[in-house]
Design a protein. Structure first.
Lengths: 381, 340
């Protein structure tokens, strides 16, 4: 072939590529491809999108490892959040399907089979990051990976959960309000509301659904109001609580805080762990006397009977909840509020062992400590 | 290239001026409350004397060496020949250094040896100082066999030897009150003793002199030398518990102090605050400064410290207390200020 022949082949090739690109642009520009959710994707487009999505999830989650899911508290927390945060689109076992959601494209999948389609790490990545162009949002508090793992723990358990069991584990405390026709006409018929605190925090007679959820009964109104405000403004982070708090007006928050402050403290304890007496004794020493050589003041200096109204009581609180929160402080996730900044300085001085012991002691003493014991502890110091 | 003559003169004028400014800057450190060269007691006077002996001897020797150098370069041939002899090398290079250095070393050893043992009729006053994470914990004897705690201020009587026991709670610090004595390290696991004495009443300043972490430079203290009778009164007053709050705002301040957890780390004797982690605040309002001699002692400085202590002294062990409203902070500061 001559030099001129080679050159003309190259020109032809470039022209063909340019024509193809131009053709694609003209097709997109023309608006002929139907973006309507009422029409399914072309089969080839659908397959390409599916392929890209799966590969993206697989690649991005390749280097993770999931924690142990043997603690049912994690699954229960995930279940309660699923009921308010996920079920409205993904529907729950035994739940009604929503015709609006059914007309989304892609349609939010039922998640009963999610655990068999994805590994726990892949589910974690999807829940944390959401998926572009699908309507699946990213997790509100990106750093609260502990909460995201709770949702994954529930999704892992979901295939084996019947509709009846689901009601029990995810929404035992949710009571449907029996409304008359007039009430429905006036207030609406919705039985599910994101701000149904009972769902997670328990009722007057029932403890929280998971030991990772704090008991609120008996906290002061000031403390609860401040906490709700911190969640609403995002200075305290939680993918579960931030949306709830943001949905409340100031008046709602005050009323809620007043309600919980007036409830009698619940005595129910998480009996899954029984620490040995010597550990409880060491935990008690930390709470009453601190560890001065490590710069740790006694917990009761701020959390005792004479605490400021804006400080929480810890007596009878679930050990699992206390441990988890102390870990959040150690990871630097709770230092953006004025109250949190104080605790942040102290939480980082506690060892893993000390956290375990002191959390176990606070749970073991129940909602009230005999004031005699406090006095003896103070004198010893 | 050679500079024009005028420019050369200009240049030399400027360098002279610049050196004068630099020298003046360094000598400004020689006066005032934290200077070795302004001694207020015999220990520091000996350090100052030794410094002067060394400066002057070194100055004379430098001058002599410079002259000999000039001689060796510009001198007449006869003088240069004299300098090149073996005798001159042995005399100037061996004999002279041996004699002068021995003299200076002896002078140094004599001046830095321990002072006279305190006479029996005047037993030394004992004070313990512990280096902490950027402040000083101070223990005084209360005169009846016990001791009480204070912080960041050393008060001593004039004309009485004081024996200071130096230890540390964490890393190596160094106790240095330049107007009264030389530096003495505070070493983990060791107890060092420093004896000093003030000859006249007055206030001076000390400083940690061994790098001990981020806020090392902000670890200072005040030294107050007081006439004998006033010192006795001060000691008795400081050994006593804090006075009860009198006005409503002070009572509010004490209530905030106790319910906000301050007592978990701080002691105010006479209240239920018995914490041992931070400085004793029983008479904090009567000290000359706050935050280990870095803030004035007034209510606004208290308020700044409580809220912004991590900006003022980053990394110190106190949590930042941003929870108070302005009114609450004012009450707390007023209460602490009147703890004299």
């Amino acid at each position: 072939m001559t030099i001129g022949g080679k050159r003309s082949t190259a020109i032809c090739f470039v022209a063909a590529v340019a024509a193809l690109g131009l053709g694609a642009f003209v097709f997109v520009w023309s608006g002929l491809y139907n973006a309507a959710a009422s029409q399914p994707h072309l089969s080839i487009v659908h397959r390409m999108i599916e392929f890209a999505l799966r590969r993206s999830v697989e690649t991005h989650s390749a280097l993770m490892t999931h924690p142990a899911f043997d603690d049912s508290n994690l699954m229960r927390l995930g279940a309660a959040h699923f009921d308010s945060g996920c079920a409205p689109c993904h529907s729950a076992p035994g739940g009604m399907s929503n015709p609006v959601v059914e007309n989304m494209l892609p349609r939010p999948p039922k998640l009963t089979l999610a655990a068999s389609r994805w590994t726990p790490e892949q589910l974690f990545w999807i829940v944390k990051n959401g998926l572009k162009f699908t309507g699946m949002p990213a997790w509100v508090a990106q750093d609260r990976e502990d909460e995201i793992w709770a949702v994954v723990a529930f999704l892992e358990a979901l295939p084996n959960i019947s509709a009846a069991e689901y009601r029990k584990v995810a929404a035992a405390n949710v009571e449907a309000l029996v409304r008359t026709g007039g009430m429905i006409a006036k207030y609406g018929a919705g039985t599910e509301s994101i701000s149904q605190c009972d769902r997670c925090h328990g009722t007057r007679s029932e403890p929280p659904t998971s030991a990772l959820v704090p008991k609120l009964a008996g906290q002061s109104q000031a403390y609860l109001e401040i906490t709700l405000r911190c969640f609403a403004t995002g200075t305290r982070q939680s993918g579960i609580m931030q949306p709830v708090a943001a949905a409340l007006t100031d008046g709602d928050a005050a009323e809620l805080a007043k309600y919980y402050a007036g409830l009698p403290p619940t005595t129910a304890a998480d009996s899954s762990q029984k620490p040995p007496p010597d550990q409880l004794e060491r935990g008690k020493m930390i709470a009453l006397s601190g560890v001065p050589e490590n710069g740790i003041p006694p917990c009761l200096a701020c959390h005792g009977d004479k605490r400021a109204a804006t400080f929480p009581t810890l007596f009878g609180q679930h050990a699992a909840y206390l441990r988890n929160q102390l870990q959040l402080w150690r990871r630097g996730l709770r230092n953006q509020t004025a109250q949190g900044a104080i605790m942040a300085a102290i939480a980082t001085r506690l060892s893993e062992q000390q956290i375990f012991e002191v959390a176990a002691w606070f749970e073991s003493v129940g909602p009230r400590i005999p004031s005699e014991e406090v006095r003896r502890g103070r004198r010893r110091r | 290239m050679k500079m024009p003559r005028a420019a050369e003169a200009d240049w030399s004028r400027w360098t002279t001026l610049a050196s004068a400014v630099v020298v003046a800057f360094f000598f400004s450190g020689c006066a005032g409350v934290q200077s070795t060269l302004a001694p207020q007691g015999p220990e520091a006077a000996r350090v100052a004397l030794l410094s002067w002996v060394m400066f002057i001897a070194a100055g004379i020797i430098l001058l002599g060496v410079t002259l000999l150098c000039a001689l060796a370069i510009y001198g007449r041939e006869r003088w240069r020949g004299w300098l090149a002899r073996e005798g001159a090398a042995i005399g100037g290079g061996v004999a002279f250094p041996v004699v002068t250095l021995t003299a200076l070393l002896s002078c140094g050893l004599i001046l830095t040896s321990r002072g006279r043992p305190p006479s029996a009729d005047m037993p030394p006053l004992k004070i313990s100082v512990v280096g902490e994470r950027w402040w000083w914990r101070v223990f005084y004897e209360n005169g009846v066999g016990g001791s009480f705690e204070s912080a960041n201020e050393i008060r001593i009587p004039v004309n009485r030897p004081v024996e200071i026991e130096l230890t540390t709670a964490d890393v190596i610090h160094s106790f240095w009150a330049p107007t009264l004595a030389g530096k003495m390290d505070m070493i983990p696991g060791r107890t060092n003793m420093l004896t000093l004495q003030a000859t006249k009443a007055g206030v001076s300043r000390g400083q940690c002199a061994e790098y001990c972490g981020g806020a090392h430079a902000l670890m200072a203290f005040d030294v107050v030398a007081m006439p004998r009778p006033a010192y006795g009164e001060w000691l008795a007053h400081t050994a006593a518990p804090a006075a009860a709050p009198r006005s409503p705002i002070e009572r509010e301040g004490l209530k905030l102090f106790l319910e906000s957890g301050c007592g978990g780390c701080h002691t105010i004797r006479g209240t239920s605050a018995l914490g041992k982690i931070g400085p004793d605040l029983t008479h904090v309002g009567g000290r000359l400064s706050l935050g280990a001699a870095i803030l004035p002692n007034d209510p606004s400085a208290f308020a700044r410290w409580i809220r912004h202590n991590q900006q003022i002294k980053p990394g110190n062990l106190m949590p930042p207390y941003g929870i108070f409203t302005d009114n609450e902070l004012a009450a707390l500061s007023t209460y602490l200020s009147q703890l004299r």
